[in-house]
Design a protein around this ligand. Structure first.
Ligand code: 13P
Ligand code: SF4
Length: 347
């Protein structure tokens, strides 16, 4: 029964005290997030992991790339555990390291030494290492603008991995015209672009978030028709068209801050992951909040972390078994740290 599982999690947490730390992403289920020692977006969780040198075990309630980042940023003695190894991220899997190395060769031949790589933290450790090795940095949705601005002080062109939408939306906000952004298709090794190759300033990797792409122009039009006084607030992993038609766009933290500071009685249609939207609805009964897509959009891999999996990993720890440990190779760690630190120093 749920209550028994919850009590057992509490007991084990109490027994381990400060030796155990549980970070939780805002997209996690309530049954899990209630036990998080810190809840945050991906930037906050990266920062918290970098600062926490005390705890022995980090049971990461989020997805695989987040646990990898925690392992990269923590000491060798600290062990990072992911309660379910199937909790991956389809966007991170869209940039494979071999494809990326091969594509980089093409960019070097086409543009010479004028390109700097940036990767959204939603990428594998190997991609972060590739970016670190080539002078680039990681970005999150909270600092993408600052990081692109910095990248343009380094080189004429940016390669943005793996989310084309965050890359396009951020570059657009910085004044880069859409005609100077080209999508690179790593499956065909070619640009999806009609202009002159020399005009390209931002190379967008052809990746996307399978959750945020479910918020559509049709959803926006329907809300505008049904409830014209509703504010539309979306995450920048949504398409350019959806962001352009919305009233506000920003990271997970931005969305939470907007709703927390919104006036009583205000109306909001939110385009982001279902668990967060549900929590905002529950925590703000004085505001009218709905999902921009009425069918709600869950991240199925985030949702793989549930109370039974959390308890299972904790029970094993209590019996001195470390299961589901995430360990990033040393060379990859060294290079990925370069990319992460270039970001953390600026955040
Ligand atoms: P942020 O936490 O950076 O807003 O990212 C959203 C996301 O999709 C996490 O996987
Ligand atoms: Fe990946 Fe999208 Fe899920 Fe975030 S919400 S973990 S980007 S699939």
């Amino acid at each position: 029964p749920t209550e028994e599982m919850e009590n057992r999690v509490r007991q084990i947490k109490e027994k381990f005290g400060s030796r155990l730390f549980i970070p939780g992403h805002h997209y996690q289920k309530d049954e899990v997030i209630q036990f998080a020692d810190a809840a945050g977006d991906s930037l906050q969780l990266a920062q918290i992991s970098a600062e926490n040198t005390e705890c022995e075990y980090i049971v990461f309630c989020g997805v695989h790339f987040m646990a990898e980042t925690a392992d990269i940023l923590t000491t060798d003695k600290q062990k990072v555990i992911l309660p379910d190894m199937r909790a991956g991220c389809s966007m991170a899997d869209m940039a494979d390291i071999d494809q990326t190395e091969r594509s980089w060769q093409v960019f070097q031949e086409t543009f010479g030494d004028t390109v700097i790589p940036l990767t959204y933290v939603n990428s594998t450790a190997a991609i972060k290492a590739f970016v670190g090795k080539n002078g680039g940095a990681t970005v999150t949705s909270s600092n993408a603008k600052e990081m692109l601005e910095w990248a343009f002080t380094q080189k004429e062109r940016i390669l943005f991995l793996p989310d084309q939408h965050l890359g396009r939306n951020t570059a657009f906000d910085l004044g880069v015209p859409l005609e100077q952004m080209a999508v690179w298709n790593p499956h065909t090794d070619s640009f999806e672009f009609e202009g002159k190759i020399d005009d390209i300033r931002v190379i967008l990797w052809k990746g996307h978030c399978s959750v945020h792409e479910n918020f559509t122009v049709a959803n926006v039009e329907q809300i505008r028709l049904d409830e014209p006084d509703m504010n539309i607030l979306v995450h920048p992993e949504c398409s350019r068209e959806v962001v352009a038609l919305s009233d506000f766009a920003g990271s997970t933290k931005y969305i939470i801050d907007m709703i927390e500071s919104a006036s009583i009685g205000s109306k909001w249609a939110i385009g982001t992951e279902m668990n967060l939207v549900k929590r905002l609805i529950d925590n703000h009964p004085d505001k009218h909040i709905v999902s921009l897509n009425p069918y709600m959009c869950p991240c199925l891999t985030m949702n793989r972390i549930n109370l039974p999996h959390l308890l299972w990993t904790l029970e094993e720890l209590d019996s001195n078994h470390v299961i589901n440990q995430i360990t990033v190779d040393r060379t990859i760690t060294r290079l990925a740290t370069l990319a992460l630190e270039r970001m953390l120093q600026k955040s």
